[in-house]
Write a protein that binds this ligand. Structure first.
Ligand code: IPM
Ligand code: MG
Length: 358
């Protein structure tokens, strides 16, 4: 087993900086106890990079990411940069990393911790025990399709984005979904809008074709509007959800709320080589720098990094168990705080996890 990993760390903007700090504390204790070393190199992306280099995604950050075993990322963006041209918005860095590293499979596990059942806006009996893996295609769809842009024709502006999927792109994400399901409850729901969009009829056809190689997995197809409804009404029916880039973006935020807070959800973006790990929440500029952000999503992203990029399953599970213990002990950041629990800040929450990883 490898004993040394190169990790590119991009805290980004807003609360990204604070949550990454806590996640690195956890990585540090894991390093000591496992004897595996992590060479951490910090880089700038997003608004922070724009302010320094005039671009949200400098070449040196790309080089750093390409030369690393894994990328750990906080969050990008903020009102300060919202007026900028699309080409230099902080979000371009995230999309650029996904594209350049070929990270086509985005894994977003949605787990309701028993301790947080009451923090969900849904009824306890609806959310108890929820454990869904959302697999979002990450390098296709309207996000990257061409043509795109706003042009003027006959005196009026026309905005265009293109929803395009190749057979190959659908095929490889379907394989990830079925393989993931084989490790879980062997159920896949593929989400599309095949009743209206031809490109997603192709999605449905290719997913069905791939399913023949996984006869043990139960495959169902669902329209995205119905899925949005089912996630609220009966989320327990889902094991693995596989869907397109845009639908996955929307459905994963919706599913995150089931867990009580978007501050709890980690993610892994995987490609042929390497991986990128980040919380699914954004930079939350309204609470940045106040020591109130929830670092657990980022800490859980470190667990995913150890699992998928470092073959350190035992250590990944240890972090996940530590998070659960912290919740059981009653510690809560503001987003998940409820009467009878102990309100802690970002750094204190990180410390509580660290103690339980030792
Ligand atoms: C996400 C985010 C990004 C996306 C934004 C920040 C570009 O919402 O990772 O879900 O839309 O993919
Ligand atoms: Mg999103």
């Amino acid at each position: 087993m490898k004993k040394n990993y190169q990790i590119a760390v991009f805290p980004g903007d807003g609360i990204g900086i604070e949550v990454i700090r806590e996640a690195l504390k956890v990585l540090c204790v894991i390093s000591e106890s496992s004897g595996t070393s992590f060479d951490l190199t910090h880089g700038l992306i997003g608004g922070a990079a724009y302010d320094t280099f005039g671009t949200p995604f400098p070449g040196e950050s790309l080089e750093l990411a390409l030369g690393s075993d894994a990328v750990l990322l906080g969050a990008v963006g903020g009102p300060k940069w919202e007026g900028l041209d699309y080409s230099v918005r902080p979000e371009r860095a995230l999309l650029g990393l996904r594209e350049k590293l070929g990270l086509f499979a985005n894994l977003r596990p949605v787990r309701v911790f028993e301790e947080l059942v009451a923090a969900s806006p849904l009824k306890p009996e609806v959310v108890r025990g929820i454990d869904i893996m959302i697999i979002r295609e990450l390098t296709g769809d309207l996000y990257f399709g061409k043509p795109r842009g706003v042009r003027v024709e006959k005196g009026q502006r026309i905005g265009v984005n293109t929803l395009v999927y190749t057979e190959k792109e659908i095929h490889r994400i379907a394989i990830v979904a079925f393989k993931t399901a084989m490790q879980r409850e062997k159920r896949v729901v593929s989400v599309d809008k095949a009743n209206v969009l031809e490109s997603t009829q192709l999605w449905r056809d290719v997913v069905t074709e791939v399913s023949r190689d996984f006869p043990e997995v139960d495959l169902r197809h669902m329209y995205v509007d119905n899925c949005a409804m089912q996630l609220i009404g009966n989320p327990a029916q889902f094991d693995v959800i596989v869907t397109t880039n845009l639908f996955g973006d929307i459905l994963s935020d919706e599913a995150a709320m089931i867990t009580g807070s978007i501050g709890m959800l980690p993610s892994a973006s995987l490609g042929a080589k390497g991986g990128m790990y980040e919380p699914i929440h954004g930079s939350a500029p309204d609470i940045a720098g106040q020591d109130v952000a929830n670092p657990l999503a980022t800490i859980l992203s470190v667990a995913m990094m150890l699992r998928y990029s470092c073959a350190m399953e035992k250590e990944a599970s240890r972090i996940e168990a530590a998070v659960q213990e912290v919740l059981r002990a009653g510690f809560r950041t503001k987003d998940i705080h409820q009467e009878g629990t102990t309100l802690v800040g970002t750094a204190a929450m990180g410390d509580e996890v660290v103690k339980r990883c030792l």
